[in-house]
Design a protein around this ligand. Structure first.
Ligand SMILES: *Cc1c(COP(=O)(O)O)cnc(C)c1O
Length: 388
C-alpha cells in the first residue's frame, strides 16, 4: 500500500480519517453500486427472483423447472455472443478461478502461453505453472496499465489472456495468433456482455457472472468452439488424472443436459439469465457495449478535464470501457474520496490494493446507468471541493 503521510485527510499514523461531508441528496446517483465485482445486481432481477422463489428456489437441479432456466441461459448467451456454428455454452461450479484449474487439467495439453498484465492474468499463470503434468508456461508481461502484444510462440498449444484486466482497467481485443494447432482461452469475467469481440477469435470465452453480467458468484460459464470440445475430449481420452469437480468432460456432458455435475447456486443461474435476457431484449451486445462505452466516455472525459484527476491507462485503445481506473495527483487522497463517498452510500470505488496507486476504480458494466456515472463524477468533484 502507498504511504502518504502528508496527504490531506490522513492522521499521523497514515490512516484515513473520513471528513464529515454530506453530499446533497439531489446530486447522488440513483444506485450507489460501482464495484468492479461483485458488481451492481439490477433490482429488477432480484424482484424477479423473489417472484419465482417458491416454485424455483429450493427445487431439484435435476428437474425440468431448473433445467429450463439453465437452457434459457445457455440459449440466451449463444444469442448474446452471436455464437458461431458448432460453438456451445457450458457451465460448472467454482467461478473463473475454478475454471483456471479446469483448464490446467482439461484444455492445456502441454504448454500454455499467457499475457499477464495484472492480478487475474497472473493468477492463471500461477495455476498453470503449478500443475505438475504441464510444462512451465510461456509468459509475456508488460508494465501495469498496458498490455503485451499477442504473438505466436513456438511449442505452445493454448493462448491465455483476459479480455479485460479488472485489476488495472486495461482491455484487449480478443484475437487469434497465427498458430493453427493452438486454442485461444479468453477470461471474460469482467468483459462478457459489456465489450465487443469476435467470437471466431476465441475457442473458450469463459467468465464468472458477478461482474459484467450483474449476477452473483460461484459459477463459471464458457462458450466453447468445436476445437475446444475436441481438445477436452482428446485429453479426457488420454487418461490424464483429474479431480471430478474440475473435469471438463463431465461439465460438457452435464451442460448438454442443462445440468451441472454437482449442485449449483440456483439464484446465480437465475440472476445471470435475467441480465442476459434484459440485454438481448434491448438490442443485444451492441446495445450493452454502447451503454458501457457511454459511461466510459464520460468518466475519461471528466478525468481529462479535471485539474487533479487523469485516466491511468494512457493508450485510449487499451482503456477499459467497463472498469475505469482514475489516478489522482498528490493534492487529493483517493482513499479519502472513497470513504467519504461510502459514507454517502456510493460504494466500492477504491483502487485495486495491490496496484498501490492513488487511484479510484469504477465499474461501468451494462447494469450501471450511464446517468449514475455522470452523477458519480459530480459527487467526486463536490467531495474534492469540500475536502480542500
Ligand atoms: C474477478 C475475476 C476473476 C476471478 O473470478 P472468481 O469468480 O472470483 O473466481 C477472474 N478473472 C477476472 C478477469 C476477474 O475479474
Amino acid at each position: 500500500m502507498k504511504s502518504a503521510p502528508n496527504r490531506p485527510g490522513r492522521c499521523e499514523s497514515g490512516q484515513v480519517s473520513t471528513p464529515d461531508i454530506a453530499i446533497p441528496s439531489h446530486m447522488l446517483p440513483a444506485d450507489g453500486r460501482f464495484g468492479s465485482g461483485p458488481s451492481k445486481v439490477r433490482p429488477e432481477s432480484v424482484r424477479a427472483l423473489a417472484d419465482h422463489a417458491v416454485d424455483y428456489m429450493g427445487t431439484s437441479h435435476r428437474q425440468v423447472t431448473v433445467q429450463f432456466v439453465v437452457a434459457e441461459l445457455r440459449n440466451g448467451l449463444s444469442e448474446l455472443f452471436a455464437a458461431p456454428d458448432g460453438y456451445e455454452i457450458i457451465l460448472g461450479n467454482g467461478g473463473a478461478t475454478g475454471f483456471w484449474d479446469c483448464a490446467t487439467f482439461g484444455l492445456i495439453e502441454q504448454r500454455s502461453h499467457h499475457l499477464s498484465f495484472g492480478e487475474f492474468g497472473g493468477k492463471f499463470v500461477k495455476a498453470a505453472a503449478g500443475a505438475p503434468h504441464l510444462d512451465e508456461p510461456s509468459v509475456a508481461e508488460s508494465e501495469p496499465g498496458t498490455h503485451p502484444e499477442l504473438v505466436a510462440v513456438d511449442g505452445v498449444d493454448a493462448y491465455c489472456y483476459p479480455h479485460n484486466e479488472t485489476s488495472t482497467g486495461v482491455m484487449i481485443d480478443p484475437a487469434r495468433p497465427d498458430d493453427a494447432d493452438a486454442i485461444t482461452l479468453v477470461d471474460a469475467t469482467s468483459g462478457a456482455g459489456g465489450l465487443h469481440f469476435d467470437p471466431l477469435a476465441t475457442d473458450v470465452y469463459y467468465f464468472s457472472p458477478q461482474k459484467a453480467l450483474a449476477s452473483d458468484g460461484g459459477l463459471w460459464l464458457a462458450m466453447v468452439s468445436p476445437a475446444a470440445v475436441e481438445r477436452i475430449e482428446r485429453i479426457h481420452a488420454s487418461g490424464r488424472w483429474r479431480p471430478a469437480s474440475l473435469d471438463l468432460k463431465l461439465a460438457l456432458d452435464n451442460s448438454r443436459k442443462d445440468q451441472t455435475y454437482n449442485t449449483p447456486a440456483l439464484s446465480t443461474i437465475f440472476l445471470t439469465g435475467q441480465t442476459v435476457s434484459w440485454i438481448n431484449d434491448n438490442g443485444g451486445l451492441p446495445w450493452a457495449a454502447a451503454r458501457s462505452a457511454q459511461s466510459a466516455d464520460h468518466l475519461y472525459g471528466w478525468a481529462e478535464q479535471s485539474p487533479v484527476a487523469s485516466p491511468y491507462v494512457q493508450l485510449d485503445s487499451q482503456r477499459s470501457r467497463v472498469v475505469g481506473t482514475i489516478d489522482f495527483d498528490n493534492s487529493v487522497d483517493a482513499d479519502v474520496i472513497t470513504e467519504v463517498l461510502r459514507s454517502n452510500g456510493i460504494l466500492d470505488i477504491g483502487g485495486y490494493r495491490k496496484l498501490g496507486r492513488n487511484q479510484l476504480r469504477i465499474g461501468m458494466f451494462p447494469a450501471v446507468d450511464p446517468d449514475d456515472v455522470l452523477a458519480l463524477t459530480a459527487c467526486i468533484d463536490h467531495v474534492i471541493e469540500h475536502i480542500a
